[in-house]
Design a protein around this ligand. Structure first.
Ligand code: GLN
Length: 284
């Protein structure tokens, strides 16, 4: 597909190719994948415009560009994703961390600091990006992270190691199933919440992600109902839950928590102005 060339010409050819395949940010993809091949920072590429690639590097780049043209997310090709200024390992066992989830971490940190909260449970941790970021940026003494998927937990544990976090207790658990006898100041969660109907309409990139981490029965409300039904028992008296919202079902989700044992329920918007987090305090 590509013949030998320098950084400048390969970026140009890859960008044109990805554009012809209908990708929305072809230049960005071309740069991310080339910097991965060259094991350098993307910001260094403009300084390397005339550097020649070896034949091996060209064929590697070709393979990655071809995979991306088939809509495989760049994060699965590089095995890396950024979240809250940290780097996380990802593979097809875990969702790729989303920028809109950062507000969940920021909100948890804000209230933890203000109210001196010490313990936190991250339910459905996936790659571990929420729990690891909280461990890096907060002053929690007790952090637990759970997931039903053993292979996701392996990734999460590796991410704790990569980011030099030693104090997360990882537990394999279907929602609260194995978290018995514990209660926390804060529960955070980004559960699966895409309805099957919404899933069918998603971009091809999302079909590479684990369906179990994205979709939920009951028009996407299944985990909100389960979590709302049980979280109160795992919260301390003045504890609260922060849960990521399906932005299109914020009203229904608020209703689910309103009929449970919670008070002061509020919805926090993300930077795009969409309802993204629900905060509900334990009614005691
Ligand atoms: N925010 C994700 C998306 O729209 C969904 C994440 C989830 O299901 N928790 O793809």
């Amino acid at each position: 597909m590509f013949c030998a060339g320098n950084v400048y010409s390969l970026l140009k050819r890859a960008g044109t190719f990805l554009k012809s395949k209908g990708l929305s940010e072809p230049e960005s993809d071309a740069e991310v994948l080339l910097s991965f091949v060259l094991q350098t920072k993307r910001s260094k590429l403009p300084l390397m415009r005339s550097q020649k690639l070896t034949d091996i590097q060209v064929s590697q780049y070709e393979e990655y560009i071809l995979r991306r043209s088939k809509r495989e997310p760049a994060a699965y090709i590089t095995g890396l994703a950024g979240f809250m200024d940290f780097e996380f390992k990802v593979n097809k066992s875990v969702l790729i961390p989303r920028p809109e989830t950062e507000i969940l971490v920021e909100t948890a940190l804000k209230f933890a600091k203000k109210e001196n909260k010490n313990s936190v449970l991250d339910l459905c941790t996936g790659s571990g990006c929420i729990a690891v970021s909280l461990a890096k940026l907060g002053k929690f003494k007790d952090i637990m992270a759970s997931d039903i998927s053993g292979s996701a937990l392996e990734v999460a544990k590796e991410n704790a190691q990569i980011n030099r976090v030693l104090n997360i207790n990882f537990v394999k658990s279907d929602v609260f199933g194995e978290i018995s006898g514990r209660n926390f100041d804060i529960i955070v969660s980004n559960p699966p919440y895409v309805s099957h109907e919404e899933y069918d309409a998603l971009e091809p990139e999302l079909k590479y992600e684990p369906e179990i981490a994205l979709t939920a029965e009951d028009i996407g409300l299944f985990f909100y109902k389960r979590i709302a039904g049980e979280a109160g028992r795992y919260l301390k008296d003045n504890g609260f839950i922060l849960i990521e919202l399906n932005a299109y079902k914020a009203g229904e989700i608020k209703q689910i928590f309103s009929t449970g044992d919670y008070e002061n329920i509020e919805i926090i918007k993300d930077y795009a102005g969409l309802p993204r987090i629900l905060k509900a305090e334990n009614r005691c």
